[in-house]
Design a protein around this ligand. Structure first.
Ligand code: FAD
Length: 469
């Protein structure tokens, strides 16, 4: 069997390894050059896995039912139940499988995201994870082609016969890329979402998309996803579905990764370009709320916001790559951020006057230190912003990935518009995660979906068509 895998991030690598171990001849087409290989997976740190007892990577048990309940909570029940159950069930097998491919774990971490019981952190982060998988895949005989952007699939009804990609630095055949037509017995599409195509995002978000910061790879432009749609695949997931967080406005347009995320918001206040507060900064524990702030900032004028805090809380959250603006007075801070000083002074004064503290501020719990008669309220961790120096970060919406992808069945086969599956086209990772995570997010679950469905897709793609039918 000749299996072509499109995309060399977590899901594609898991698929390539699984297909090769099942006896297929495998070519992996990675759109990025070798030094940029690994997509958004390069930026990851941890994977969410159900487990019956504590282990080298987790401080306690995380039963399957609890993980499933967590998934239902964040998605509001909008998930494909069989696919979700399969992901949760298979997650118990992943730690051992990952280790067998060279991945190593680090001891459980404590920190602001409180993941030490539920999530395993791999040693060396996502780059080491991807490097281990590339090493294993290539040792097993997977042929990896870099700079290979998949642009189209030729099909014979329900069967994909060829994968068409451009090979080389040019991004179209017209400007230098050589077009290659590769025959295949089966194809696995694992080329991520379309978050790096700002024009595509603009179609759903209008001009607001001009201010989006893309946290991950510039290579996830959705070309392979579009090619699947063109071949008749059924879309799945909300077109406007995005995972997005607050990032430093000085972050690079692409690929800034984890170090540009700003966790300062619950420690002070967040204001918009008019220096007005717009949402409860203390609504719930930060791990449950950080992923709503990207969208909240999208809704603000100019898609910008500012986190303001003072000396009492400086240094209490994970630092970002860049230092915050710092000033001895709020007026100077406002000027350095481009905010109206008088407006910021008014906002801070009314916030300070509304604060009712009952005890020490405790970011690890809902401490009930709240504002009174203030709109919007701050429901926890409220304390006056009155101790110089004052600090501020300008914030932009940082897009992690898009949810819109293709519909799949339990064998990871891509469904066609009429609902019946392609015979030999499979999908794994972010490009099908929208079947399971229609909205909301569980930290570390992107890798869980990609690893589970990468393995399923690879193993099924390696089977002769007869055996699959
Ligand atoms: C900053 C950041 C931190 C994150 N942290 C975590 C975390 O700790 N845990 C977690 O579970 N999730 C995390 N995520 C989400 C996570 O990246 C994904 O769930 C997972 O890594 C996605 O894997 P994937 O294989 O589907 O996509 P990717 O890893 O993005 O891989 C897609 C690959 O396809 C290639 N490609 C794209 N288009 C084409 C094409 N047309 N032809 C050929 N190749 C193509 C790309 O170059 C890329 O290598 C994070 C994301 C970001 C941005």
């Amino acid at each position: 069997m000749n299996v072509v895998v499109c995309g060399g991030g977590n899901a594609g690598l898991c698929a390539a390894i699984a297909a090769r171990r099942a006896g297929a001849s495998v070519v992996l087409l990675e759109g990025a050059p070798a030094h940029m290989r690994g997509g958004n997976t390069r930026h990851t740190r941890d994977i969410r896995l159900a487990h019956a007892a504590p282990n080298a990577a987790a401080t306690g048990a995380y039963p399957e039912e609890e993980l499933y309940a967590d998934l239902l909570r964040v998605t509001g029940g909008e998930t494909d139940e069989p696919l979700a159950r399969r992901t949760v069930g298979d997650s118990t097998q992943l730690a051992a499988w990952m280790e067998a491919q060279g991945v190593r774990w680090q001891p459980p971490l404590s920190g602001t995201l409180h993941l030490s019981r539920t999530n395993g952190f791999f040693l060396g982060g996502g780059k080491a994870l991807a490097n281990s998988y590339y090493d294993t895949a290539q040792r097993l005989g997977v042929r990896v082609v870099y700079d290979a952007m998949v642009r189209a699939f030729a099909s014979d009804g329900a069967c994909v016969t060829h994968v068409i990609y451009t090979d080389g630095a040019g991004d179209t055949a017209a400007n230098g890329g050589r077009e290659v037509r590769l025959a295949c017995d089966a194809v696995v599409v694992a080329a991520g979402g379309f978050e790096a195509d700002l024009e595509w995002l603009r179609a759903y978000w209008g001009d607001a998309a001009s201010h989006f910061v893309i946290r991950g790879t510039p290579y996830n432009t959705g070309l392979a996803l579009r090619a699947l749609y063109d071949a008749g695949a059924q879309p799945a997931g909300d077109p406007r579905g995005l995972h997005s967080v607050a990032v430093d406005a000085r972050a690079p347009r692409f690929d800034g990764g984890i170090v540009t995320r700003i966790d300062a918001i619950p420690f002070g206040i967040a204001v918009n370009a008019n220096a007005e507060r717009f949402y409860d900064e203390g609504e719930d524990l930060w791990p449950k709320r950080y992923a709503i702030w990207g969208k909240l900032i999208v809704e603000q004028p100019g898609q910008i916001a500012y986190a303001i805090f003072d000396a009492k809380t400086a240094g209490r959250f994970i630092p970002s790559a860049f230092q915050p603006q710092r000033a001895d007075t709020l007026d100077v801070l406002a000027a350095s951020l481009g905010l109206d000083g008088a407006a910021l002074a008014r906002t801070v004064a009314s916030f300070n006057a509304a604060v009712r503290t009952h005890g020490p501020v405790d970011l690890g719990a809902l401490d009930g230190n709240a504002t009174a008669a203030l709109v919007p309220p701050k429901s926890n961790w409220a304390q006056p912003i009155d101790s110089p120096p004052f600090y501020g970060y300008a914030l932009r919406p940082g897009i992690t990935f898009t949810y819109r992808g293709v519909a799949v069945d339990g064998d990871a086969r891509v469904l066609r518009a009429g609902g019946e599956p392609f015979e030999n086209a499979f999908a794994a990772g972010e490009c099908m995660a929208g079947n399971i995570l229609s909205r909301g997010y569980l930290a570390g679950f992107g890798l869980t979906i990609g690893t589970v469905f990468g393995r399923i897709a690879g193993a099924n793609a390696a089977m002769p068509a007869r055996a699959r039918a």
